[in-house]
Design a protein around this ligand. Structure first.
Ligand SMILES: N[C@@H](CCC(=O)N[C@@H](CS)C(=O)NCC(=O)O)C(=O)O
Length: 219
């Protein structure tokens, strides 16, 4: 059965799904869908009722919501297990994913990365107040993730789980902003984890770069 990842090349959630597919060794095709430039393809709304990316299509089955996609990929395909066995590690894994989705994505990606890195690469203005707001809101997120990394059940450089794959693309973007990198550096356990995952092949292979070939800011 075919596996198609429908998503936007610069989308952090699309990259999370792609990273999990690569960690599992699942071959897939990509169909580019840009949710920020409507209209969406005519058949897309029936695949994703909220019009976001990504959607994973496996044969005739469509799955949306990245946490559901990555769980599905881990369970449905052969390859290394990306869900740990112990109850506490599974709970920590779910916490990492929920923290990113509920508290991390907007400040770290939509405010800090978008305004410090992505919009300038596109030649658009950035809003300094939003960056400041995002850094402030990211602080408790980094603190919570640092505590979990320090406990070592997940975000452990010795093993890769769905939590690692959910967080790595988010921190990769956040750390491209000099303020984001400085904030990350203050959290030792999380920073140690980041320096290890930053060289992971699946993260490197899914790096979309920046629009217009812009270079990443010096950090
Ligand atoms: N809860 C969704 C969030 C997906 C999401 O927000 N994707 C962004 C791109 S990274 C998007 O499609 N944004 C379009 C929009 O906000 O209109 C998931 O886990 O898949």
């Amino acid at each position: 059965m075919s596996v198609i990842l429908r998503g936007f090349r610069y989308s952090v959630y699309t990259r999370i799904a792609a990273m999990v597919l690569r960690e599992k060794g699942v071959g897939y095709d990509i169909e580019e869908v840009d949710p920020f430039t409507p209209p969406l393809p005519s058949d897309y709304q029936k695949r994703h009722p909220f019009g976001r990316v990504p959607v994973l299509s496996h044969g005739a089955t469509d799955i949306y919501e990245t946490a559901a996609i990555t769980r599905y990929v881990d369970a449905a395909f052969d390859g290394p297990a990306l869900t740990p066995k112990s109850a506490i590690a599974q709970a920590r894994l779910m916490q990492v994913i929920a923290i990113i989705d509920n508290y991390g994505y907007v400040p770290m990606i939509r405010q800090v990365f978008a305004h410090r890195v992505f919009r300038p690469a596109e030649g658009l203005a950035c809003d300094e107040d939003l960056i400041t707001e995002g850094i402030t809101a990211a602080e408790p997120v980094l603190g919570a993730l640092n505590k979990i990394a320090g406990q070592g059940d997940v975000l452990n450089p010795g093993s890769i789980t769905l939590a690692d794959c959910h967080l790595a693309p988010v921190l990769a973007y956040f750390a491209m902003a000099p303020e984001g990198y400085s904030a990350l550096e203050q959290h030792n356990a999380l920073y140690d984890w980041w320096t290890s995952i930053a060289t992971r092949q699946s993260l490197i292979d899914t790096d979309p770069g920046l629009p217009n070939g812009a270079s990443t800011p010096d950090i």
